[in-house]
Design a protein around this ligand. Structure first.
Ligand SMILES: NC(=O)C1=CN([C@@H]2O[C@H](COP(=O)(O)OP(=O)(O)OC[C@H]3O[C@@H](n4cnc5c(N)ncnc54)[C@H](OP(=O)(O)O)[C@@H]3O)[C@@H](O)[C@H]2O)C=CC1
Ligand SMILES: N[C@@H](CC=O)C(=O)O
Length: 344
């Protein structure tokens, strides 16, 4: 039986959702894919780290974090080891990078991934930073060292966005992308329109796990801008960073704005746009816009997202992700892992 060793860098909402799926699919992975997946390292910022070459008891690690907010000081526990030490020194086959987005540099996560790829290890990330800041460098490094760099979860969780491009849009040139790509702001706008209070909505989103560690990352349009840069780089060959995106968040949208839009037969959505200007240069924009209630985008409620890709061969293709929670984020990471397992 093949053994695939994972190192998880970050064990928050996405990491825990992924760990639950690993436990759930353990048997089918053994029976159908002849593969035993073991997690040999988990690192966090404040909860301690676990390293165990024989495989960490994931069920126990999940219960620890849920019950006490920390890992127990069991075999393999370390407070002092850094994530980069683990990236550079531990024996693993796949690095799974799940730390929060650093909008202005993507540096820490990019260093984690660079470290893994340099050692010829596969890397999976849900963090937009490395793809928004270093896509070309990291994909070239992966190719040179004969390993995979996968990032399905960075846009619309486990919805096949990058897999769709890879598998179903072969040789299509993408000329434009639009979408509603941030769950948090979409949820806030929908709930505000129902008359709920801002703080109460944010507290609920935090509890359900779809709001970023720092809620301003979502509300200010930073998360959406990072997704725009990721899509521009991967789908349209751009060299865009999140700082290049023309960005405006929803912090200035009032209940009054929502009511007026409603009276005009519209709803307000945080729209993401990637397009070519008159010189053929790829541009990105994130801003609240009024959308006609009869448009399909007006039906994208709550945490749901939508993307429309315009191509030369397939025309316009629209994909909707309905009401995701953190399980769908866990699935995006798992889908990338399955691509690696099926490649072997
Ligand atoms: N949640 C979601 O719905 C989705 C999230 N994503 C992306 O996935 C990533 C993870 O999200 P999520 O799990 O929600 O975030 P969380 O804030 O819940 O978890 C982040 C984890 O990373 C750890 N961490 C922070 N900094 C470091 C560091 N320097 N080294 C090692 N570990 C570190 C944190 O430690 P500690 O536990 O001590 O705080 C925590 O365990 C983000 O980039 C996010 O944008 C993508 C799609 C959906
Ligand atoms: N905070 C993000 C989570 C996924 O990237 C969002 O609200 O969309």
């Amino acid at each position: 039986m093949k053994k695939l060793r994972l190192a998880l860098i970050g064990f928050g909402n996405a990491g825990q959702a992924f760990a639950r799926i690993l436990l759930e699919k353990e048997e089918v992975l053994r029976k159908k894919y002849d593969t035993r997946v073991v997690v040999v390292a988990i690192t966090t910022k404040t909860r301690g780290n676990l390293v165990d070459a024989w495989g960490i008891d994931l069920d126990k690690a999940l219960k620890n974090v849920q019950n006490s907010g920390r890992f127990d000081k069991i075999l393999g526990f370390s407070e002092s080891t850094t994530s980069q030490d683990i990236v550079d020194k531990v024996d693993y086959d796949v690095l799974v990078e799940l730390t929060p987005l650093e909008f202005s540099s993507g540096k820490v996560a990019s260093n984690h991934i660079r470290g893994a790829l340099k050692r010829g290890k596969h890397a999976i990330t849900a963090n937009k930073g490395p793809v928004a800041w270093a896509y070309k460098e990291l994909s070239a490094l992966a190719e040179k060292n004969n390993c995979r760099f996968l990032y399905e979860t960075t846009v619309m969780d486990g919805t096949p966005v990058f897999n769709m491009k890879r598998d179903a849009l072969r040789l299509c040139n993408v000329t434009e992308i639009t979408g509603i790509l941030n769950s948090t702001t979409n949820y806030i706008l929908c709930e505000l329109a129902k008359g709920r209070k801002y703080n109460e909505i944010v507290a609920e989103g935090k509890k359900r796990g779809f709001i970023e560690a720092n809620p301003a990352t979502d509300i200010g349009g930073y998360d959406a801008a990072a997704k725009v840069a990721v899509l521009a780089n991967v789908f349209m060959g751009a060299d865009m960073t999140p700082l290049d995106v023309d960005r405006c968040g929803i912090e200035d949208i009032s209940e009054d704005d929502l009511r007026k839009a409603n009276e005009n037969g519209n709803v307000i959505k945080l729209m993401c746009r990637i397009f070519q200007d008159e010189n053929g240069e790829v541009k990105g924009k994130v801003a609240p816009e009024e959308v006609d209630k009869n448009h399909v985008y007006a039906t994208i409620d709550g945490t749901s997202s939508v993307i429309t890709v315009t191509t030369d061969l397939m025309g316009k293709l629209t994909v909707i992700e309905e009401a995701p929670e953190t399980r769908q984020s866990g699935y995006g990471i798992f889908a990338d892992l399955m691509a690696i397992i099926e490649d072997d």
